[in-house]
Design a protein around this ligand. Structure first.
Ligand code: SAM
Length: 260
């Protein structure tokens, strides 16, 4: 399914917690074996900063960063060259063949129907190709649960036309079985908890504004989104303890498989 939405990504907001957001990328990259002279694709590459790191670490001949956000890709030009290039595209429609590495860090949770998507991504790999995916799995934390709650209440439910955002993510066991069925000879599926120390609980709002809440922001007028955000902030802060620093545990799912 193609997901044509206005481009709500704000590179500056996303970059606010850059060091914390980058650690899972490096943990995923550690699972990937080098592919000297190979072809690599970075799906949902964002600004392209990490695509360059991926390219260098895999020692690929060519790495293509794909993203559907103009505003994210706008910054990618400075990371292009020496085998790295960027193109606009939707992961839901991505196709290729004989790839050595398909890498998707914090992106495919936005793409629905993983039962259809992952077989298509696996089919783009060559005989010893690797698929590496990292996704947030924090749906049960108040930061995510309160957003769903607010979305179902008036007037936000009307403004959203009944839409409630849920990441397209299945259980770790589901991915492990699917990888085996798709013919991955080797696999590594793990859940990792990243414990973020934020200055205070209000910074959780700043964190999700750069990621989860873009899924709501894209679907509302600026005024409706401001009203949604105010309710979200008020309900969330009433549920979080007023500790400083504030401990924000964040679960993530890391998936890696190699075909041969
Ligand atoms: C959380 S950012 C991650 C960016 C980068 N991978 C990183 O690790 O910093 C998610 C990116 O996925 C992109 N994205 C989300 N859904 C997409 C889709 N269906 N097709 C292409 N890109 C998509 C967004 O535009 C955004 O740049």
């Amino acid at each position: 399914m193609t997901s044509q939405r206005p481009d709500g990504w704000q590179p500056d907001q996303y970059a606010r917690f850059r060091a914390e957001r980058e650690q899972p990328f490096y943990d995923l990259l550690d699972l990937v074996e080098p592919a000297p002279g190979g072809r690599v694709v970075d799906l949902g590459c964002g600004t392209g900063v990490l695509t360059r790191v991926l390219h260098e670490q895999t020692r690929a001949a060519e790495t293509v960063g794909v993203d559907r956000s103009e505003s994210m890709l706008h910054q990618s030009a400075e990371h292009a060259g020496d085998g790295v290039r960027f193109q606009r595209g939707d992961i839901a429609e991505f196709s290729d063949s004989g790839l050595d590495v398909v890498f998707a860090n914090a992106s495919i949770q936005w793409v629905p129907d993983h039962a259809a998507l992952l077989p298509r991504l696996a089919a783009t790999l060559g005989p010893s190709g690797q698929l590496a995916v990292q996704m947030p799995a924090n749906e049960d934390h108040p930061s995510h649960a309160v957003a769903r709650e607010v979305a179902t209440h008036s007037p936000h439910a009307e403004a959203l036309g009944g839409f409630v955002y849920r990441h397209s993510i299945e259980s770790p066991e589901w991915y492990a079985e699917l990888f085996a069925r798709l013919g991955f000879a080797e696999q590594d599926v793990r859940v990792q908890v990243y414990l973020h120390r934020l200055p205070g609980p209000e910074d959780v709002v700043e964190w999700v504004k750069g990621s989860l809440l873009t899924g709501y922001r894209d679907r509302m007028s600026p005024d409706d989104y401001e009203a949604f955000l105010a309710d979200y902030r008020q309900r969330l802060l009433s549920q979080l303890s007023d500790e400083r620093p504030f401990l924000y545990p964040f679960k993530r799912l890391l998936l890696w498989g190699r075909m041969g």
